[in-house]
Design a protein around this ligand. Structure first.
Ligand code: HEC
Length: 501
């Protein structure tokens, strides 16, 4: 049945191209196959693979094997057909229906037509015609880049001061390592790339930039700078854009390792390409986060969400949603400001809403970034909202414990809900709070307010979830069972992320 469907698809939808050079070599029975417009590797399959697979499946890529030649595909044809048919590969989670307003330039998903072409070729690959047509020896996709750096030769490379030992078994808490930048001036970053040395055990790496005047602070919502995730791990901006790394900044690498049965060690590094001068637009990062989340036990579809009002005209370049293993779906949307926003930024309910990113099935294993083909303009006074659902039921195979009430926290057993967005100011104005490494103080106020659930100006022991509970005694300097804002600030500024190890 499936073969039939693919064939019909192929006849009507697949690009039809001649294959004359190889027709002479075919036997009569093969010719029957050929007249069915069997797709061939060079014209039909290779372009699909180049667009949807080889960004990861290449020599030195993040995927475990290369798919750069016809042979590579034929060697694993059954496995590949299964992964493609089941929608496991390529990994892509944003829903972009044909009428979607916003498209993503790193969208790796396959159209129904590409899928049919690929499957038809894979499924016929044992047939002599596939081999006779020369597919097996077809030239590999060019270029195979052997250079470890996709961004080109970096101007600076910063690596962990020493290798991190990864155990063979079990789980590891996040590892936080500080790396001083020691550059003599502010740097404009045109491109960055994060490369672990032991990819097989690195689940993801987040890199935060901490400005010199915020020395011992690390806040999830501020200073998010770079990341390594399967399929990501790099960014190259065009000539008009760059990211500022202030002189004296420290990079904090937050590394999540997943032991795979063999002890090893990792020394992740980041490569930076500098722009020669200040760009037209500074690329900034902000995290919209819901630190108040409170997920009841045994709930298969618990909703959480939060909004911010945008303080200036901005342009969004990309999103990176971040939740943990109970994350089920994620959506980012904006509500346009109504004309009556002059009275202090109150957004009318009547403002039109539009979806900016829709992830119906979030997957913790793929912390992808969604990069707009055309950056999205958002007007001052608009509301940006993130909404998510969490599956805290036993049906969620990744759920560490469905019987727990789950609150905000760093561990994979805690949860998070963050929408990181990369954006620029269109005409100056104030950035989104926390969007820049210098804005941690404003952020701290927001975080404190989120933990202080009853709003009485102090965090009590029963507020703020497990992340607070774990640190409560350390933060409660005068032991009166209340953490005041002053105690909170002192505690945060003293917590040296490096000690987290
Ligand atoms: C964003 C990066 C990325 C892209 C794009 C990608 N893959 Fe993968 N692929 C991976 C990684 C990483 C793994 C190994 C981890 C895993 O199995 O989840 C993998 C595993 C696989 C597997 C083995 C799965 C299994 O269950 O054994 C197949 C087959 C595969 N990919 C085929 C493809 C094909 C075909 C494409 C393009 C149509 C593609 N992949 C696109 C990253 C990618």
């Amino acid at each position: 049945m499936l073969a039939f469907v693919s064939l019909v698809f192929l006849l009507f939808a697949a690009p039809v191209r001649g294959n004359d050079a190889s027709l002479d070599d075919l036997t009569a029975s093969d010719r029957v196959t050929a007249t069915r417009e069997q797709p061939d590797y060079t014209n039909d399959v290779a372009p699909i693979i180049a667009r949807a697979c080889t960004q990861c499946h290449r020599v030195d890529g993040v995927a475990p094997f290369s798919l750069q030649s016809a042979d590579d595909l034929l060697k694993r044809s059954r496995n590949i057909a299964r992964a493609v048919r089941d929608g496991l590969m390529p990994p892509w989670f944003a829903s972009t229906p044909s009428d979607a307003r916003h498209r993503f330039k790193n969208d790796a998903s396959l159209s129904a037509q590409d899928k049919a072409t690929l499957l038809a070729w894979l499924e016929s690959s044992d047939h002599p015609s596939a081999r006779a047509s020369g597919d097996v020896v077809a030239a590999p996709l060019a270029p195979i880049t052997r250079s470890a750096w996709r961004i080109g030769e970096p101007d600076a490379i910063l690596e962990l001061p020493e290798a991190i030992e990864i155990k063979a078994e079990g789980t590891m808490p996040y590892v936080n390592v500080r790396v001083a930048t020691n550059f003599e001036s502010d740097k404009w970053i045109r491109a960055w790339e994060v490369i672990p040395s032991a990819r097989e055990v690195v689940h993801h790496v987040l890199v935060f930039a901490v400005a010199p005047d915020a020395k011992n602070t690390m806040d999830v919502s501020s200073g998010f700078f770079a990341a390594f995730v399967p399929g990501g791990g790099m960014r190259q901006y065009d000539n008009t854009r760059a990211k500022l790394l202030p002189k004296g900044s420290t990079l904090v690498f937050q590394l999540h390792y997943t032991p795979n049965g063999r002890a090893t060690s990792d020394r992740t590094k980041i490569g930076l390409v500098f722009a020669e001068s200040a760009p037209q637009y500074e690329v900034r990062t902000a995290g919209i986060f819901d630190a108040k989340l409170d997920i009841p036990p045994n709930n298969a579809s618990h909703e959480e969400g939060t909004s911010i009002t945008v303080p200036a005209d901005i342009r969004i370049l990309s999103w990176m949603p971040h939740m943990h293993t109970r994350g089920k779906s994620f959506r980012a949307s904006m509500t346009h400001p109504s004309s009556s926003t002059d009275d202090g930024g109150v957004v009318s309910e009547t403002g039109r809403s539009e979806i900016l990113l829709d992830i119906p099935r979030y997957d913790f294993d793929w912390q992808l970034s969604y990069d707009y083909e055309t950056p999205v303009d958002v007007a001052k006074g608009a509301t940006l909202t993130i909404d998510a659902t969490f599956d805290n039921s036993a049906d969620n195979a990744e759920n560490p414990d469905p019987t727990q009430r789950v609150r905000w926290g760093q561990q994979t057993t805690d949860e998070m809900l963050i929408g990181y967005l990369e954006y620029e100011l269109r005409d100056g104005g104030a950035p989104i709070g926390g969007g820049r490494v210098r804005d941690v103080v404003a952020d701290r106020a927001r975080q404190f307010a989120a933990f202080d659930e009853d709003g009485d100006g102090a965090i009590e022991r029963n507020e703020g979830g497990p992340a607070v509970r774990r640190s409560f005694d350390a933060a409660d300097a005068d032991h009166d069972d209340r953490v005041t804002r002053a105690e909170f600030d002192l505690f945060v500024s003293r917590s040296n992320p490096a000690k987290n190890r």
